[in-house]
Design a protein around this ligand. Structure first.
Ligand code: ADP
Length: 288
């Protein structure tokens, strides 16, 4: 069990900043799906901390590495990592001001620039987490192979093993894999946030976008744009600005459900049966 929260936060601050910092006030923040999230007002200013005593031991360190990778691209505001332990992650506090008029446009352009950061291979030099599930990032040279082998097959296999997917659905997945080279464009590896839903999109002190909670890897950029559509989509201006900056191949709308099989399977494995019908719908759309 944790000691009292204030003592825990002060210990985390001391470990991270190398000096004693006193907590004036702390406020629990909603919105996180996995961990506890808190805003800290301290003698040294405001900080954000998330913590979880049951987290896998490397989870926060890998999130910190992902944040660092995105920050180094210098395209989108990503909170600075101030400290990390097995049970906490201390970050620069993102102020969350009212969004500027050009918020969505700026976001679309910034994401397009991020996606232009490329790499020799798909994947990343380390695995990380998507939610609390391990995300495998072994390198592959072909993006469609990567999507099949390191994304769909791993999650579909797990969902089958857990009893959520039937053998018939796995056969449909096999049919889909065979068709994929004809259905989706095999673009260059693109640096992806990897978990880009609205809950991970914030606004900063300038009223411009800041992104949190990534599951970074080099992947097919269409997977990221598809994911933004999964829970209703972002503002129209975001998509227009993205397209102006980095045009998608024609026909994207007809294939976005294919990409969203990955986050849907992740949802099946995290949250259970409720998401299986979505997987089935997409399989039926593309396979017998
Ligand atoms: P989880 O890992 O549990 O999903 P998140 O990283 O999504 O947690 O954080 C939970 C909530 O805390 C977010 O929805 C957001 O409102 C807030 N938050 C996250 N990072 C920061 C930050 N650096 N500054 C201020 N608030 C943040």
């Amino acid at each position: 069990m944790f000691e009292n929260p204030t003592a825990f936060f002060e210990r985390a601050l001391f470990q991270s900043l190398g000096k004693s910092v006193s907590i004036d006030e702390y406020m629990a923040l909603g919105g996180g799906s996995i961990n506890q999230a808190v805003a800290l007002n301290t003698s040294e200013g405001q900080f954000f901390i998330k913590y979880n005593e049951l987290a896998p031991k490397d989870m926060f360190a890998l999130e910190a590495q992902g944040l660092q990778t995105l920050r180094e691209a210098e395209e989108i505001h990503i909170p600075e990592v101030l400290g990390v332990g097995e049970d906490f992650l201390l970050l620069e506090f993102i102020a969350g001001r009212r969004t500027k008029n050009n918020y969505w446009e700026d976001f679309g352009q910034s994401l397009a620039r991020l996606h232009r950061h490329t790499n020799a291979c798909f994947g990343l030099e380390h695995n990380n987490y998507i939610g609390r599930l391990e995300q495998i990032n072994d390198s592959l040279e072909n993006g469609i192979d990567f999507f099949i082998e390191k994304r769909l097959k791993i999650q579909a296999g797990k969902a089958f093993y857990e009893g959520y997917l039937s053998a018939a659905m796995l056969r449909q997945f096999d049919q889909l894999y065979a068709k994929l080279p004809g259905l989706i464009p095999n673009e260059k590896p693109a640096l992806l946030h990897g978990d880009l839903w609205s809950g991970n999109v914030m606004s900063n002190h300038l009223g411009l976008v800041a992104l949190i909670d990534p599951a970074v890897y080099y992947g097919l950029r269409e997977t990221e744009i598809a994911f933004t559509h999964m829970f209703g989509g972002f503002h129209q201006r975001f998509y227009e600005a993205y397209q102006e900056a980095f045009l998608l191949e024609p026909g994207f709308d007809n294939r976005k459900d294919i990409y969203n099989l990955y986050p849907l399977l992740v949802h099946v494995n995290l949250f259970g049966q409720g998401y299986v019908s979505g997987v089935q719908r997409t399989l039926n759309k593309y396979c017998q």
